[in-house]
Design a binder for this molecule. Structure first.
Ligand code: SAH
Ligand code: F3S
Length: 482
């Protein structure tokens, strides 16, 4: 339960796209961290496909190695440093190989990367991928290349990522980039810049393309999807006041969600991540209106203590969070909620920790991503507070939280026993090659004997047993979705 991704098995996996005829150079690109990084790597590979590069999963034969990095916690950065050591070893066999660092660590460390890690030839921040053709040319000519400019309007809306190397079933579609929230512990506003939304028409176009290629499920992605607002481009905060913002012809998240759900009734839709302070009831009503929007919300709460929440600069209290959850369950009783939480934020007392355990117990989340606070240089928390909770205490609190979450997950999965749930088959089960694995609407993994079904089918599965994270059952027929 550490780094958060849509599929944990993907961490550090290289991305493979269909080879483009005539391309002679080899690109090895791998990603760490959040779903947005995985989506960005598809954009990067698409840009470089037009520059003569085909992807490879063989590091030894690569002309260009790119690593898309995460800065969210120190541990994530250490993982990347280890990968750089590995590239260094390979470079001894293949001295032609060039190495580029992409993503949040590139943005955070900038030129310093070139000094700290001699292996690195190129440093590219998350808003500079369109400059890659120039940067690659620089590197080819023997110079180091750096572009870490953050942008006010880049959304890569005009680049339709090629995704042929994926499973052909689930796709990520980014709708916003950056974040304006400035949670005091978080490095994202510094590494991904200000929040901007993508043109709804370009989103619809991308989903159409995915539907035509046979994709069955999309996840609309953003650091904070509920604050999506399109009014023609640029930054949301350029408005002088709320009236001016309200008067502009705009599309908000609930409207975007409805547009996508209505236009693609056979496409299953998810979205992530929701921030309690921006999530509004109109989103719940849209979810209730369209069957193809999954009844699952990822709603980080970070802490159950109002004092800590305030110091984190989260714009809600524990009671407001619970009100939102209860309102959602009134409108959408079958919705599952997952969480992110941080233990050991500076100054966190036993009482604060107990408040977190209490909130966990009140909601009983379906699953969660649980983290020990990791001080990030340059953030408000690093500047203002001492990282004073001892490592041992952080560890113990994390264990208590993980144990509580595990029992809540078990409680939630047990509710499905004896019921039938709709599953989109994604792949073979890791534990049993005679079984399929997929997820239901609530984002719970379901495994069942293969029968004559195949990946991409929507199947009704009767649940007979469960573990805390997985439902086990048997297929009783295709669902109405096929
Ligand atoms: N809005 C984002 C949040 C990105 S960070 C999203 O789309 O998911 C993901 C999670 O990492 C946060 O919700 C938080 O729980 C955790 N996190 C962020 N900064 C952290 C830090 N400095 N130490 C520990 N955990 C952190
Ligand atoms: Fe980070 Fe808070 Fe934004 S966790 S990504 S600053 S919503």
């Amino acid at each position: 339960m550490e780094e958060k991704v849509i599929d944990e098995t993907k961490q550090g996996q290289s991305l493979i796209l269909e080879a483009k005829e005539g391309n002679t150079r080899k690109l090895f690109i791998e990603s760490f961290g959040c779903a947005m990084n995985f989506s960005d790597s598809e954009i990067v590979a698409s840009i470089l496909a037009n520059e003569g590069f085909n992807t490879t999963n063989n590091l030894e034969e690569a002309d260009l190695v790119l690593v898309n990095t995460c800065s969210i916690r120190d541990k994530a950065e250490q993982t990347v440093r280890k990968r750089l050591e590995k590239y260094n070893a390979v470079k001894r066999i293949n001295p032609r190989m060039k190495v580029g660092v992409l993503g949040c660590m590139a943005e955070r460390l900038k030129e310093k990367f070139l000094e700290e890690e001699k292996i690195v030839d190129m440093v590219v921040g998350p808003d500079a991928y369109k400059d890659l053709p120039n940067l690659v040319r620089e590197v080819d000519e023997g110079r180091d290349a750096v572009n870490v400019l953050l942008s006010k309007d880049e959304t890569y809306g005009d680049i339709s990522p090629v995704r042929i190397g994926t499973n052909g079933i689930n796709a990520l579609v980014s709708i916003t980039r950056g974040c304006d929230n400035m949670c005091t512990f978080c490095v994202v506003p510094f590494t991904r810049g200000r929040e901007r939304s993508r043109d709804p028409q370009s989103i619809l176009k991308e989903v159409l393309d995915l539907a035509e290629k046979g994709y069955k499920e999309i996840t609309l992605l953003g650091q904070n999807v509920d604050s999506y607002l399109w009014y023609g481009g640029g930054l949301k905060k350029d408005f002088k006041n709320a009236t001016e913002m309200a008067q502009a012809t705009s599309t908000n998240f609930a409207q975007l969600l409805e547009m996508v759900a209505q236009a693609f009734p056979k496409m299953r839709i998810r979205f992530s991540t929701s921030n309690p302070q921006d999530m509004t009831e109109d989103v719940f009503h849209v979810m209730a209106k369209y069957n193809n929007i999954c009844n699952h919300v990822h709603l980080p709460f970070q802490s159950g203590s109002d004092r800590i929440l305030k110091e984190m600069n989260r714009q809600h209290t524990a009671a407001e969070y619970l009100d939102l959850v209860n309102r959602m369950w009134e409108i959408l009783p079958n919705t599952s909620i997952s969480q992110d939480v941080i233990v050991g934020f500076p100054g966190e007392t036993e009482e604060d920790h107990r408040a977190t355990l209490k909130l966990l117990d009140e909601v009983k989340f379906i699953f969660g991503y649980m983290y020990k606070y990791s001080e990030r240089p340059g953030t408000m928390a690093a500047r203002k507070f001492e990282d004073d909770v001892p490592e041992e205490t952080k560890k113990r609190r994390l264990t208590e939280i993980v144990d509580a979450q595990r029992s809540h997950s078990a409680y939630r999965t047990q509710q499905f026993i004896g019921k039938t749930t709709e599953v989109l088959i994604e792949k073979e089960s890791k534990k049993n090659e005679d079984q399929w694995s997929g997820r239901n609407e609530q984002s719970i993994v379901v495994v069942f004997p293969k029968g004559n079904y195949k990946p991409g089918d929507f199947v009704n599965v009767k649940i007979n047993a469960c573990t805390s994270a997985t439902l086990i059952g048997e297929a009783v027929g295709y669902s109405e979705y096929n």
